[in-house]
Design a protein around this ligand. Structure first.
Ligand SMILES: NC(=O)C1=CN([C@@H]2O[C@H](COP(=O)(O)OP(=O)(O)OC[C@H]3O[C@@H](n4cnc5c(N)ncnc54)[C@H](OP(=O)(O)O)[C@@H]3O)[C@@H](O)[C@H]2O)C=CC1
Ligand SMILES: O=C(O)C(=O)Cc1c[nH]c2ccccc12
Length: 489
């Protein structure tokens, strides 16, 4: 029997659920196909217990449903799962479970997508037909474990981070975490807290930020260039963490938000791991060369024995396994070749959602179908403001007050409010930098500060209130106070 609908959606993660909800609101018939027995399976079945959202709640909500006002800024895993379950029932999203898509191809003659599905409950093949196909199987569809010479000879436990729940069973054990993304860094922290002797393999440079720094960066990105945001955030990170190279961690040459935008790679959001690394409670090791029984040899020649390995080496998209006729949209890794904001649409009614490498924020924007051309008026005015700031930075020229006045005219009240918050915030930040400079006559800190083009953001405020060496508007004693101020915006 062939089931027909208008839109076929593959995957009931947050991206697929959001698309289905938006279609339901417009009465467009759709079917969501999901291989598991529940929605959001990565969140419900394959994530560790202590997981919390790293982005503030306003960057994680799906379309048409904000988080409750009393929800914390950084929602817990259970809070987010509850939110998703409410979302599904509120928008009447009804995924069909136990359905593994084996292939999806476009029938040119009929002008429809034909999807062959295995019903894993009854081990039967089913066929679905739709005018549109939305690929929502995600960037994190399947855990990836690298091929390491000799891994098969390892006698201890080997697991992927998606199967790690907590450190209970690792107390007193020697555990190696491979990979220093957000999963690896947090799992290493959790293991160490649970009494495991913990080491982590870090093979590439990595940015380490606090979640408040990321939150600040996300807000600032709306107003000023990525380069400026990176300068500010990197300075805060350097002030907070200092030079991490003594501990085996290098910072990438490019800034955290630039890297996020261009490669999708997220900075590590520190949950306490850095303190443990500095206290040598977590040992940082370079790449693995080979495994021989319980012994693991590293790129620096060091050999150590371990009881367990947790591979926090990331995920792979599974699109290539089943999607035919994609018109060359996906690369070998099953990720879109096109970059944001043109990444979401193919030909013949093919769409893909949740592949923007922007976490839940990207997923939500995909579902809303937001792209440059469809930005609302406030955003358009802001982007012209951004452009002017960018041009002025390129010309290495201060923006005059007159231009600043010109640019801020006619902004909607929401934007005006945000800018006012920034006006309060930016002098504070500059004062902070100034004070750190005064109290700490350290050459390295002076270099970081001089890299910071914070003066450019004075375009957002009147220069008359912006006296670096004049009266102090704020009493700043330490960075933690300053970071706390981020809460205000
Ligand atoms: N609370 C939250 O919101 C959380 C969000 N996340 C997000 O989920 C997504 C997946 O994160 P995660 O699971 O950490 O995966 P990532 O892909 O982000 O990180 C994988 C890590 O493994 C390393 N790696 C891969 N292969 C090897 C190898 N052979 N040897 C050594 N290291 C290796 C990579 O290094 P290299 O760069 O050298 O390839 C990278 O550091 C990310 O977007 C992340 O930000 C994850 C956890 C929590
Ligand atoms: O957690 C992730 O992997 C994300 O992609 C979330 C995210 C979106 N934009 C960002 C910018 C900086 C750090 C994390 C993110």
């Amino acid at each position: 029997m062939q089931k027909e609908t208008v839109v076929l959606i593959v995957g009931a993660g947050p991206a697929g659920l959001a698309i289905s909800a938006c279609l339901n609101l417009q009465n467009v018939p759709n079917i969501v196909l999901e291989k598991e027995d529940l929605c959001a399976s990565l969140w419900k079945k394959r994530s560790y217990d202590r997981l919390k959202l790293h982005l503030a709640k306003q960057f994680c909500e799906l379309p048409h449903m904000p988080f409750p006002q009393n929800a914390p800024t950084f929602v817990s895993k259970t809070g987010f799962i509850q939110y998703l379950d409410n979302y599904v029932s509120h928008f009447n999203v009804n995924p069909v479970y136990h359905r593994t898509v084996e292939s999806a191809s476009f029938d040119k003659r009929g002008g429809k997508w034909l999807v062959i599905v295995r019903n894993t409950l009854f081990n039967m093949i089913e066929k679905y037909e739709g005018t549109f196909l939305v690929v929502a199987t995600g960037e994190n569809s399947e855990g990836y474990i690298p091929n390491i010479p000799g891994l098969g000879s390892f006698c201890g436990e080997v697991m992927h981070s998606s199967h790690y729940e907590n450190g209970k069973t690792f107390d007193g054990k020697n555990v190696l975490v491979v990979g220093c993304g957000n999963s690896g860094m947090e799992i290493a922290y959790d293991l160490s807290n649970s009494g495991a002797q913990t080491s982590i393999v870090v093979r590439s440079p990595v940015h380490v930020l606090t979640k408040r720094m990321v939150q600040l960066g996300m807000v600032l990105l709306k107003f000023v260039t990525c380069e400026l945001v990176d300068n500010i955030i990197l300075t805060l990170s350097k002030l907070n963490y200092g030079n991490l190279s003594d501990y085996g961690l290098q910072r990438p040459k490019q800034g955290p938000f630039y890297l996020k935008n261009t490669t999708g790679r997220s900075p590590v959001i520190d949950v306490g791991t850095m303190e443990k690394i500095k206290a040598q409670k977590i040992k940082v090791l370079p790449s693995i060369r080979k495994v021989n029984g319980d012994y693991i040899q590293f790129a620096n020649g060091e050999t150590k024995s371990f009881d367990a390995i947790v591979f926090a080496t990331g995920y792979k998209s599974t699109v290539r396994k089943w999607l035919k006729d994609d018109g060359g949209l996906f690369n070998e890794e099953g990720m879109p070749k096109k970059r944001v904001p043109n990444h979401w649409k193919g030909e013949n009614g093919l769409y893909y959602a949740g592949f923007s490498r922007g976490g839940l924020y990207g997923i939500s924007n995909d579902a809303k179908g937001r792209k440059e051309a469809e930005l609302d008026n406030a955003d358009l005015e802001l982007s012209s403001k951004r452009k002017a700031v960018e041009e002025s930075i390129n010309e290495n020229n201060f923006i005059t007050e007159a231009i600043a006045r010109e640019m801020s005219r006619g902004l909607t009240s929401g934007c005006e409010q945000d800018i006012q918050k920034l006006e309060n915030y930016l002098p504070l930040l500059e004062n902070l930098v100034h004070h750190v400079n005064l109290v700490n006559n350290n050459h390295r800190i002076t270099c970081w500060i001089s890299d910071l083009k914070i003066r450019w953001s004075s375009t957002l405020t009147s220069s008359s209130i912006f006296h670096l060496h004049g009266p102090k508007f704020y009493q700043i004693n330490d960075l933690h106070f300053e970071l706390g101020m981020i809460l205000v915006i």
